[in-house]
Design a protein around this ligand. Structure first.
Ligand code: SF4
Ligand code: SF4
Length: 369
């Protein structure tokens, strides 16, 4: 069956970032600046995405503000007819730079915060003074008249501050707050024992969200999804592999999701050699886990197979070493007990993080040979 066109493109413009979040969704082996796609290639990718049917582009990273050509990239995306959303930590964003982006046609900003206050935020992000810069960035974004979404990645070390995070979103004039539990692969898996929240924390947070949604209806939209480790059923990761979204890595790999490079053995096409159209409709990597034909037992024949699509392939790879297995977040998976083991380990673990590093030792070569 021919797939529907994708809705959105995630453009990972760079892996460079001044912050060092211990749950960063970037791969543990990072692409260096010298191997990032250039401006003209990104402009072509945006035009291809729009022609393919994408409605929006998420300009992400790493920190996309680290790209000096960001205004040109926004202009190219806007010119292609895409709704442009900047996903930023905010620490490099000031009024003059935002004015350039607005002039180029930027439509929306998603600003990440690591905690509700400076002490926690700066420690978690590994960047002294970062939280204060984010508050300034939020004010600049609102003063420019742009809609603002606040992104808060939550975990054991900030989940108890959720009420304050909601207050912060209101104070900053955000129209939407995304409360996103950490996804445990890459850097986050390395820090899992220090990040996993307890069941009691989760239940308290869920009650906070329910009350805040009632209290702030019409003023603040709160997106909130229960984390996999406390769920009985997995999420429909990315709306199903190769069904709604595609991502392009800093070096040009075309991916069904930003973490898909963690799955070995899949030959992802590259924008230098393959069009987005050909990648979406004809590449074996996009077809590999699309739909239900690939599914093993117990997903095969399950009444939820076309609801959650078997869960997250990257999580199955990270926890089981087999991307083609049922996501162990599902309690019908024979390996579901692994998640309870991880929660038990986290209950007695310390709070120290292994911080993400951007150093000689973890920069990989993405050269095309
Ligand atoms: S998660 Fe943190 S370290 Fe990773 S790109 Fe975002 S702000 Fe930077
Ligand atoms: S068995 Fe598979 S399809 Fe069924 S609920 Fe679990 S992960 Fe989803």
């Amino acid at each position: 069956m021919r797939p529907e066109p994708p809705l959105a493109l995630l453009a990972e413009l760079t892996h460079r970032c001044p912050l060092r979040c211990p749950y960063c969704s970037n791969p543990t082996q990072l692409t260096g600046a010298g191997e990032e796609l250039d401006t003209a290639t990104w402009a072509r990718v945006f035009a291809e995405a729009a022609a393919l049917g994408c409605l929006q582009v998420h300009l992400s990273g790493g920190e996309p503000m680290a790209r000096r050509d960001l205004p040109a990239l926004v202009r190219a995306a806007q010119g292609a007819g895409l709704y442009t959303n900047l996903i930023t930590s905010g620490v490099l964003l000031d009024a003059p730079r935002l004015a350039e982006l607005c002039a180029a046609g930027l439509d929306h900003v998603q600003l990440s915060v690591q905690d509700a206050a400076a002490a926690g935020g700066d420690r978690i992000g590994g960047y002294a003074g970062g939280h204060a810069r984010k508050l300034t960035a939020a004010a600049v974004i609102r003063a420019a008249g742009l809609p603002l979404t606040l992104n808060a990645v939550v975990h054991r070390q900030n989940l108890d501050n959720l009420e304050q995070l909601i207050d912060l979103a209101l104070d900053l004039g955000a129209g939407r707050l995304e409360v996103a539990h950490v996804q445990y692969y890459g850097w986050a898996l390395a820090n899992r024992a220090a990040l996993l929240p307890s069941r009691a924390q989760l239940e308290a947070a869920t009650a906070v969200v329910a009350a805040a949604r009632r209290a702030h209806a019409g003023r603040l939209v709160i997106d909130y999804v229960v984390p996999d480790y406390h769920a009985a059923r997995p999420k429909a990761c990315m709306g199903g592999w190769g069904q709604r979204f595609l991502a392009v890595s800093p070096a040009g790999r075309i991916l069904p999701c930003h973490a898909a490079e963690s799955i070995p053995g899949l030959d992802y096409p590259r924008v230098q050699q393959t069009s987005l159209h050909a990648a979406w409709y004809a590449s074996p990597a996009f077809a590999r886990f699309r739909g239900t034909d690939w599914m093993p037992s117990p997903c095969r024949g399950c009444e939820r197979a076309e609801i959650d699509w078997g869960g997250c392939r990257c999580q199955a790879q990270a926890l089981l070493g087999d991307a083609a297995a049922t996501d162990p977040a599902c309690d019908r998976s024979p390996r579901h007990g692994l998640l309870a083991d991880a929660l038990a380990e986290a209950a007695s673990a310390g709070q120290d993080f292994a911080y993400r590093q951007f150093s000689e030792s973890n920069i990989r070569s993405d050269r095309i040979v």
